[in-house]
Design a protein around this ligand. Structure first.
Ligand code: PLP
Length: 232
């Protein structure tokens, strides 16, 4: 099943790139493996997957310890500050930075370990009350503040779009995030690039790619439904 799912997702990514006149190499697939056991991740690894996304720090750190070294780990979930220490030297990218206090903690832990941490700024484009992330109008000030943190590198923006029946409903949200990233890129802030747009999940990654996503985060579409009752 995993092989078929991966092939189907890959075909969908290619088709979306074609529709948008984009090169397949512009889009990175992150296999969202949260709640899945290491055996399942190993199976995906054996099928060629090298980029995994997790949303809990300790779960990521635990899987990091036992799985092969050439995996690239992405932290995609909301972070509590006291958990930053578990992952700061293990991840390629933290997708979900949305407060100065969190950025300060990442800076401090990164400095201790003498590493530089790549981050994305999470934006609540849809302004859903239940969601984390900055309001779009807050992002420019936030980027300026992050310029003071020498161990952080802002690489772009991330959003979690609402869960909708018709993915077309999220098209304006993805377009909005892209426009925001273009506006911010023009400011040329130190230590900052806007090269990454992390947007699109199982339900809507094809629309997100059409609207400029450079990273899509796909869980269910690869691994099947998650069973939260089995979580330890
Ligand atoms: C769980 C999760 C995903 C993947 O969701 P699916 O709908 O299973 O593809 C993507 N992004 C974030 C931030 C998540 O927490």
């Amino acid at each position: 099943m995993l092989r078929e799912n991966l092939e189907a997702v890959e075909a969908n990514i290619q088709a979306a790139c074609e529709r948008a006149g984009r090169d397949r190499s512009e889009v990175t697939l992150i296999a969202v493996s949260k709640t899945k056991p290491v055996e399942t991740l190993q199976e995906a690894y054996d099928l060629g997957v090298r980029i995994f996304g997790e949303n809990k720090a300790q779960e990521l750190a635990g899987k990091y310890e036992v799985l092969p070294d050439d995996i690239h780990w992405h932290m995609i979930g909301h972070m509590q500050r006291n958990k930053v220490k578990y992952i700061v030297d293990k991840v390629d990218l933290i997708h979900s930075v949305d407060s100065v206090r969190l950025a300060e903690t990442i800076e401090k832990e990164a400095e201790k370990r003498n590493v530089t941490v790549n981050i994305l700024i999470e934006v609540n484009v849809a302004k859903e009350e239940s969601k984390y992330g900055l309001m779009p109008e807050e992002v420019i000030d936030f980027v300026d503040k992050l310029a003071d943190f020498p161990h952080l590198r802002v690489k772009g923006l991330m959003t979690i779009a609402p869960f909708v029946d018709d993915p077309e409903e999220n098209r304006p949200i993805f377009a909005h995030l892209r426009k925001l990233s273009v506006d911010i890129a023009k400011k040329n802030v130190d230590n900052m690039s806007m090269g990454i747009l992390s947007m699109g999940m199982t339900n809507d990654y094809q629309v997100a790619i059409e609207e400029g996503a450079t990273m899509v985060r796909v869980g269910t579409g690869i691994f099947g439904a998650r069973d939260y009752t089995q979580q330890v």
